[in-house]
Design a protein around this ligand. Structure first.
Ligand SMILES: *[C@@H]1O[C@H](CO)[C@@H](O)[C@H](O)[C@H]1NC(C)=O
Ligand SMILES: *[C@@H]1O[C@H](CO)[C@@H](O)[C@H](O)[C@H]1NC(C)=O
Ligand SMILES: *[C@@H]1O[C@H](CO)[C@@H](O)[C@H](O)[C@H]1NC(C)=O
Ligand SMILES: *[C@@H]1O[C@H](CO)[C@@H](O)[C@H](O)[C@H]1NC(C)=O
Ligand SMILES: *[C@@H]1O[C@H](CO)[C@@H](O)[C@H](O)[C@H]1NC(C)=O
Ligand SMILES: *[C@@H]1O[C@H](CO)[C@@H](O)[C@H](O)[C@H]1NC(C)=O
Length: 477
């Protein structure tokens, strides 16, 4: 348990929570769960991050000084090499950087903060094949070997764990993809069988009873959240946890798509009766909704759309508002997001605060138009939600996140297809009628799935409000 980091009050309570957890001794023994702290880093430019990222839906782009959003610590090999991994529910492979790659050997040493892995320095390393390749449509990405080594996570060792090494990488961020194994690149690109990725391996080894985990990102002011593999922490949400079915892509449970049925701004329904597939993606900083829906939201909050950057701005003073928006899924699943939690700071290239032409300070709004791409509920939505990703039952359970809990109340998600504890199923689940990617197989190489739909990351901007901003010369890249 990494409890020796920055001693914010919140962190202390998380660490205290972890100790309480390890003391829990229910009658059937300790719950088979594994809780890890997540840390949030400010990123220089979430917009550029998402744009690059969405080219492939799997990895980050090349941005100097870019810090990833939510990460956790693991180590790999014998002796262990420490690694900081970007947690991504939108991909399924773990891959690491290596010091000799072109990106990591730059004089600015961009990989130092996230750590690197050197195969030759591990006595338990074994080579699998040279077909690891996650790539962007523009040809950048990470490629190299698939290998196995001993993965160490919070005191647990997973020998012979398969992952990728980015000998040829364009991102200093190593990625921990925790999606469905069938979405691994070796399946899509090489037609091979899926290997056990981290959640699958934890379940196979009995560290957790079921391939499922809960993600609690915490609120915008906090820099730590947590991921609980194999369990649910009832102290971290309020109201009911409602389960809805994951939507298949071409007949396969491939990615975390669920059906969004409506959106309210305050008490006004700006959309209802929808059956829109939306992707729950912790690796996306912003939320991307269909253009017309985005426009309605912008109208409601008086946001100014900046076509050249594909994003909208609002006066930072909107943070004082108590306005809410409600994202609706198969009833009664719904998550309320405070409009103020949709508002992010963004500086211009010189580090100055952005202003509108009337001098009013401008902040980035957390929803952008999806254009021709898939709709994505990213971190601006996910922070307000408690989300259980249950791959064993192909369900997502959602509740309103609770930020002020102190005593954890952890329940194991049992094996053998046991449902998520306390979750109530949506009464009449709505099947997605639009928004799903075309094609049945994953991965960027095959131009299918999310990637094909992402269309090279090109947003087709709708004609929206035309507020003029000064100060945006270019983003920090
Ligand atoms: C990861 O490890 C680093 C270095 O020990 C530490 O500073 C950081 O707080 C850790 N982060 C998490 C999320 O545990
Ligand atoms: C390991 O070291 C050997 C000998 O120095 C070298 O030929 C080989 O390329 C190295 N392998 C890796 C994966 O770095
Ligand atoms: C990885 O795949 C991309 C796209 O298919 C290709 O252009 C690139 O050459 C591949 N990289 C390696 C090292 O094989
Ligand atoms: C891409 O997917 C199609 C079917 O979806 C399959 O027939 C083809 O072999 C795949 N190509 C590669 C390179 O994996
Ligand atoms: C909307 O924002 C513009 C500036 O961007 C401002 O001039 C206008 O008064 C605002 N309207 C409302 C209703 O807040
Ligand atoms: C947590 O916050 C909610 C509403 O924000 C409040 O109703 C509740 O009493 C708080 N609980 C604790 C333990 O502080």
């Amino acid at each position: 348990m990494p409890c020796n980091m920055k001693s914010t009050a919140l962190l202390l309570s998380l660490c205290a929570a972890a100790r309480v957890l390890s003391l829990l001794q229910p009658w059937h023994g300790r719950p088979r769960v594994l809780r890890l702290d997540l840390q949030r880093n400010r990123i220089a430019d979430p917009v550029a991050h998402d744009k690059l990222r969405r080219r492939s839906g799997t990895v980050d782009g090349t941005l100097d000084n870019m810090q990833t959003l939510y990460y956790l610590n693991i180590s790999m090999g014998t002796p262990p090499q420490d690694l900081r991994m970007h947690v991504d529910t939108g991909s399924s492979d773990l891959w690491v950087n290596t010091p000799r790659s072109a990106v990591c050997s730059q004089s600015s040493q961009p990989c130092v903060s996230s750590g690197t892995y050197t195969a030759n320095e591990s006595s338990t390393y074994e080579y699998v094949g040279s077909y690891f390749n996650i790539s962007y449509v523009d040809g950048s990405g990470a490629a190299g070997d698939y290998v196995t080594d001993t993965l160490h996570v919070d005191g647990h060792d997973f020998a012979g764990f398969q992952f990728g090494i980015g000998y040829d990488s364009s991102s200093p961020q190593s990625v921990l993809g925790i999606g469905y194994p069938v979405n691994e690149v070796q399946v899509a690109r090489s037609g091979l069988k899926a290997y056990q990725n981290m959640p699958a391996r934890m379940a196979a080894d009995g560290v957790i009873a079921s391939s499922a985990y809960s993600l609690w990102l915490n609120d915008l002011d906090a820099n730590t959240g947590s991921i609980l593999f194999g369990g649910v922490d009832a102290s971290r949400y309020s109201g009911d946890l409602v389960s809805v079915p994951i939507q298949q892509v071409g007949g396969t449970f491939l990615e975390f798509f669920i059906t969004m049925t409506g959106l309210d701004m305050g008490s006004v329904a700006v959309a209802q009766g929808m059956a829109l597939a939306v992707l729950l993606d912790s690796g996306s900083s912003l939320t991307y909704l269909p253009n017309d829906l985005t426009e309605s939201v912008y109208d409601a909050v008086n946001a100014s759309y900046q076509e050249v950057d594909g994003v909208a701005f609002v006066p930072c003073s909107l943070r004082d508002s108590d306005a809410t928006m409600s994202f609706r899924f198969s009833s009664p699943a719904a998550v309320e997001v405070l409009v103020r939690d949709m508002i992010l700071d963004l500086d211009d290239a010189t580090g100055k605060a952005l202003t509108f032409d009337n001098g009013v300070q401008a902040c980035l709004f957390g929803i952008s138009p999806a254009g021709t791409s898939t709709s994505v509920l990213g971190d601006t939505f996910l922070r307000s939600a408690y989300v259980v990703y249950d791959m064993a039952n192909n369900e997502i359970a959602l509740a309103q996140a609770r930020f002020n809990a102190s005593e954890p109340d952890v329940h194991e998600i049992g094996g053998g297809g046991s449902p998520v504890p306390s979750a109530v199923a949506a009464k009449t689940p709505v099947a997605a009628a639009s928004g799903l990617p075309v094609g049945g197989s994953a991965g960027d190489g095959n131009q299918s799935g999310q990637d094909q739909n992402s269309g090279g990351g090109v947003l087709v901007p709708p004609v929206l409000l035309t507020g003029v901003l000064v100060g945006i010369v270019s983003f920090v890249v």
